[in-house]
Design a protein around this ligand. Structure first.
Ligand code: SF4
Length: 98
């Protein structure tokens, strides 16, 4: 059994408009959604409130992109992920289909 700290880290996030982004992701667990062709980070939020905790690096909590080669039972098995603008303003750029 793994703890959240062992879930795939968001090693880089270029969605700088997100409130959880402060030179990287600081959300405790992001959710990746299947939004059309995109693997969109559903945790992205623009707010005047600074999100997350400065002392942690974000990780993937759940992922609905079941066609991704890294997806098992709606969880991500990649060593880490990269997030940034692609189809939407904040997509999982590690998303790969077979
Ligand atoms: S790499 Fe695949 S399984 Fe992991 S978060 Fe991105 S889309 Fe989801």
């Amino acid at each position: 059994m793994k703890t959240l700290l062992e879930m795939p880290a968001v090693r880089e996030c270029a969605a700088v408009a997100c409130s959880f982004n402060d030179s990287g992701c600081h959300a405790p667990a992001v959710t990746v959604a299947a939004a059309g062709a995109a693997a969109s980070c559903a945790t992205f939020v623009e707010s005047s409130v600074r999100g997350g905790a400065a002392g942690i690096i974000g990780s993937v909590g759940a992922c609905a992109r079941t066609d991704c080669v890294h997806n098992t039972s709606l969880a991500c098995t990649a060593p880490s992920v990269q997030i940034g603008p692609d189809v939407t303003v904040s997509d999982c750029l590690t998303y790969r289909t077979a």
